[in-house]
Ligand binder design. Sequence first.
Ligand SMILES: [Zn+2]
Length: 148
Amino acid sequence: MKWVSHIALTGTIAYAVTADPLCTAAACVGAVLPDQIEGTPRSVGWRTWRSRHRGWSHWPMLYVALIGGLSKAHGHFFYDEEFFTALTWIFLGALCHSAEDAVCGKVPFLYPTQKVGIRLFTVGSFREYLFVLVCIAAVYIVQLVLQR
Ligand SMILES: [Zn+2]
């Protein structure tokens, strides 16, 4: 997915769940974190980028472990509640990124070398933006139903 799609969908989900601008902003940062870690073809060279593409930086278990580690450290190392919450939502945003990439290609799942996913659309295509629009509408409808 394009970054604009990751940010729009992840931000919508985070805001629907929390109604908190800080959590939403943190999730949007996390929504591009896996791609930031792997770099771009221009910054690291085509071969390096291709070998890293959707590799360990997109491994959901890494972010699950980081969230688990954060929750264990909560109260011991993090005395600033907002900082702890923002870090948690950055990693939740990265988890959303992996899930969103899994519908337009393959990403690691249980192991860093195991790749799973389906290709519902090509990255940057009209179908991608339509998919994101439908997902955002679904999140909005679910939230409306839950508020009743
Ligand atoms: Zn990605």
